[in-house]
Write a protein that binds this ligand. Structure first.
Ligand SMILES: [Zn+2]
Length: 438
């Protein structure tokens, strides 16, 4: 029985975290040691933000000064991205000369000011360290890793990932986001890439774009930046004969957050650097283990801009029970839906981007789509514009998509599907999301 349980390799995040917290005892890592360490770092962070951050002095005025146990984190008020937009500098805890990078996030569709997130060199080094441990789940010395993420600016995600890969003895191949799928496939072949890291829809476009070139010879693909539809992971695994892994992270978590282990059933997290909670969508209290709620993050080791119970805007839930890899780290179910990305439908049910992704991306040739949901009476409608590639029959694709949506229980909506394969804007459909009318 023991042998069978050990067949899935233990996540390398566990020994990495054990080393960071100075737990050199026998495996598995004792969670009590980890939680004691988290509490100590949390109290240090509380003390740091009270002494240095104008925002937090005000925000924490009624909160306890020192927490006696980890669960007391729930006594702290949550922080939102509105707090971050209102006056980013008021959250900064270091002098200007100590800031090595500022990331400005201009989320489209909001009228407010952009978010700005500050990092010291030490903050960035912690991210590189996580990338090194996380990539080692499926990357070793000698691997050649095609990086299809932004990487030209020092300190950008692609740049930090390249540093981490060099530390692993792997060869980073910086490329940047995919603008031309055929060209990216050519680079993968010319550079003999064995691993690729990129954005789900962009890699799907690479896998489905017809070309005379041989398919990329990658054994593993890491999907990041956006949520990872199961349908895209499956399509990539079939097209390239590779294994697909998920990464979750956002700028506020320090770019890196959590990554699959060899079991590939959920995310193990940077628990020495980040304390994640799943809390009520409309409140501040944690939900019961296994229930869905909003993911919040508290940074434990960040210097420039620590966050306390920062609401990520993502829905999440803990996977109960042990992971087959044998770790004592927690497992977070894959993050698929934004709190504001749920559109209740008349007569029941909810439309989400993830639901459309899982219905549409299994259809051969589909690489992108945009949806408009019109909930005005008398007949709510769903209009979908689809981009498909590879000499497909537009009527067949539209028919298959309509059938998939009806099979998924959306038949009460008036569904229109337009396949745009020969009437596309230059560069194809780029916007993702559901536009809501009414
Ligand atoms: Zn695991």
């Amino acid at each position: 029985v023991l042998r069978r349980e050990r067949r899935v390799r233990l996540t390398p995040l566990e020994p990495w975290i054990a080393g960071k917290i100075g737990a050199h005892g026998p495996r598995p890592l004792d969670r009590r040691l980890l939680e004691a360490w988290q509490l100590e770092r949390l109290n240090e962070t509380l003390s740091l933000v009270r002494s240095r951050s104008r925002f937090h002095r005000r925000h924490l005025a009624a909160a306890p000064t020192v927490l006696a146990e980890l669960a007391e984190v729930a006594r702290l008020p949550t922080t939102t991205d509105d707090d971050l937009r209102a006056d980013p500098a008021s959250l900064v805890c270091v002098g200007q000369d100590e800031v090595s990078r500022i990331v400005t996030l201009d989320t489209s569709g909001t009228s407010g000011a952009p978010k700005r997130v500050f990092f010291t060199a030490a903050d960035q080094a912690l991210t590189v360290d996580f990338f090194r441990a996380g990539m080692s789940v499926f990357t070793g010395p000698g691997d050649r890793v095609l990086i299809l993420l932004p990487g030209t600016t020092p300190g950008s995600v692609g740049d930090l990932l390249a540093s981490a890969l060099r530390e692993l003895g792997a060869v980073p191949i910086p490329h940047g986001p995919v603008r031309d799928a055929a060209e990216a496939i050519r680079v993968a072949a010319a550079e003999a890439a064995t691993v690729a890291v990129g954005i789900p829809v962009q890699l799907l476009r690479m896998a489905r774009t017809p070309t005379d070139l041989p398919r990329p010879q990658v054994h593993s693909v890491l999907l990041s930046t956006d949520h990872v539809p199961r349908a895209i992971a499956a399509a990539l695994e079939t097209a390239w004969g590779c294994r697909v892994y998920n990464h979750f992270g956002m700028t506020e978590t320090g770019l890196g957050g959590g990554v699959d282990c060899a079991a590939r059933r959920g995310l193990h997290l940077r628990e020495a650097d980040l304390l994640f909670e799943v809390i009520e969508r409309d409140g501040d209290a944690p939900v019961r283990e296994g229930d869905e709620g909003e993911l919040t993050v508290t940074t434990l080791t960040r210097q420039a801009m620590p966050f306390l119970r920062y609401r990520t805007g993502d829905l999440a839930r803990w996977l109960p029970g042990p992971c087959p890899c044998g770790t004592t780290l927690r497992t977070l179910a894959y993050v698929t839906t934004r709190v504001r990305g749920r559109h209740p439908l008349p007569g029941g049910g909810v439309l989400t981007q993830a639901r459309l992704d899982e219905a549409l991306f299994p259809v051969p040739g589909v690489v992108a789509f945009q949806a408009v949901l019109d909930l005005r009476a008398p007949l709510p409608s769903l209009d979908i514009a689809v981009e498909a590639v590879g000499g497909i029959d537009a009527d067949r694709v539209a028919g298959e998509i309509r059938a998939a949506l009806v099979a998924d229980g959306l038949g009460r909506l008036r569904i229109t599907v337009t396949c745009l394969h020969d009437r596309l804007p230059p560069g194809g459909l780029s916007k993702r999301g559901i536009d809501l009318v009414g």
